[in-house]
Design a protein. Structure first.
Length: 388
């Protein structure tokens, strides 16, 4: 028992050493200005020095990884899981760096997820990936894992724990770009409905903060309502249908968080409310609607590419296990803007609006290519080529 406490103290102690000019000062200034500017950053987003700078896994590969997912009920989660199980796992097992993946689902129940994280640690995983979770509820479990030498990685949203490693787009920047694009789409004047994701999760709240700031760039844009789409097409469709039925007044645009834009499009069509512009993200069905209707909107911003979010987090995790030393608590990337000319390059008119698949941006577009990700590590190297 004394040895256990001594090991825990040693791990936590080793993770708290910092020095001058560490963290953001070590990153490229243009990246810091764009993505870590406090005027365009969720104030709760952790951007301090990483506690895992000098960490290396207590044993070599192959590593056992836990994925403590919080929800499985939408197409985004299905696409992320497909990338993980059918693309990433086979590749990294073949490389000899992964032994097995253990998956749990908590169905948006924080208490269940807390228990599952602790169980994964006790089962001997070497690292844990989380998705889109409550930013504070899991912090005690993250500290428990850290004390056992198990780093926890939060993708598509942050945890506020000083021991968490986060990766995502800067959702406030992305939301701002989407809101501002809607202002421009409407010529600076009109009534807008806002469809949030899952309120209370960091990604949803950060993006919503940015959306409202973007819409506020014009005094003649009025937010006339807000509903929670729960990042799920079917739920968003039902909520928007109810809102439209009880709010017959003029509506000029709808800003929605993926994965819910296809549901919102269907709700507008079924309500017979005309061609109200709906912000489109990464759902291929929604992008196909735009492809078939070139004048529908002017631009799209990708904030939630599921395969790429999983790819980014996986590379961050593997680099950390290999001792490459993450510099900061949160590794952020830029949203990807798509014009109709861009859309024509990868999607033909014979596409299907019923597609439940998602756009894949790719490593260079989403920051897990070495040309971008190397800058976030003290000892960068190709994680695929690792030899202990």
């Amino acid at each position: 028992m004394l040895k256990t406490f001594a090991y825990a103290a040693a791990v936590l102690g080793a993770l708290t050493t910092t020095a001058l000019a560490e963290g953001l000062d070590e990153l490229k200034p243009e990246v810091v200005q764009r993505l870590y500017n406090k005027d365009m950053l969720d104030p709760a987003q952790p951007i301090g020095v990483s506690k895992w700078r000098d960490f290396k896994a207590k044993k070599g590969p192959p590593w056992k990884i836990g994925y403590a997912s919080s929800y499985a009920g939408n197409t985004w989660r299905a696409a992320a899981m497909n990338e993980l199980q059918n693309e990433i796992v086979p590749e990294w097992q073949k490389l000899g760096l992964l032994s097995e993946l253990v998956v749990t689902q908590s169905n948006l129940n924080d208490s269940t997820q807390i228990q599952q994280i602790r169980q994964l640690v006790d089962q001997g995983v070497d690292a844990i990936i989380l998705c889109c979770s409550n930013p504070t509820a899991l912090n005690a479990s993250v500290k428990y894992a850290a004390a056992k030498g198990v780093p926890v990685f939060s993708m598509t949203g942050y945890l506020t724990s000083e021991y968490a490693i986060n990766s995502s787009v800067n959702y406030q920047v992305g939301g701002y770009e989407i809101g501002k694009a809607m202002v421009e789409q409407l010529g600076g004047k009109g009534n807008v409905l806002v469809v949030e994701g899952i309120p209370g999760t960091s990604g949803s709240d950060s993006q919503n903060r940015g959306v409202l700031a973007g819409l506020a760039t014009s005094p003649d844009i009025k937010v006339v309502g807000s509903v929670a789409g729960m990042w799920t097409d079917q739920i968003a469709q039902g909520e928007v249908q109810k809102w439209l039925a009880t709010n017959p007044g003029k509506l000029d645009g709808i800003v929605v968080q993926s994965a819910a834009e296809m549901g919102v499009l269907r709700a507008v069509q079924q309500a017979g409310r005309g061609e109200i512009p709906v912000a489109i993200g990464g759902e291929l069905g929604a992008l196909c609607y735009w492809r078939k209707n070139p004048d529908y909107i002017n631009t799209s911003f990708q904030l939630w590419p599921p395969a790429d979010d999983m790819g980014l987090m996986w590379h961050v995790m593997m680099r950390t296990l290999q001792g490459q030393g993450p510099k900061v608590q949160s590794i952020l990337v830029d949203p990807v803007k798509i014009t109709f000319e861009d859309l024509k390059k990868f999607m033909n008119e014979d596409c299907s609006v019923d597609s439940a698949e998602w756009l894949k941006v790719g490593a260079k577009g989403w920051g897990y290519d070495p040309s971008y990700l190397d800058d976030f590590f003290l000892r960068p190297a190709d994680p695929r080529a690792y030899k202990p």
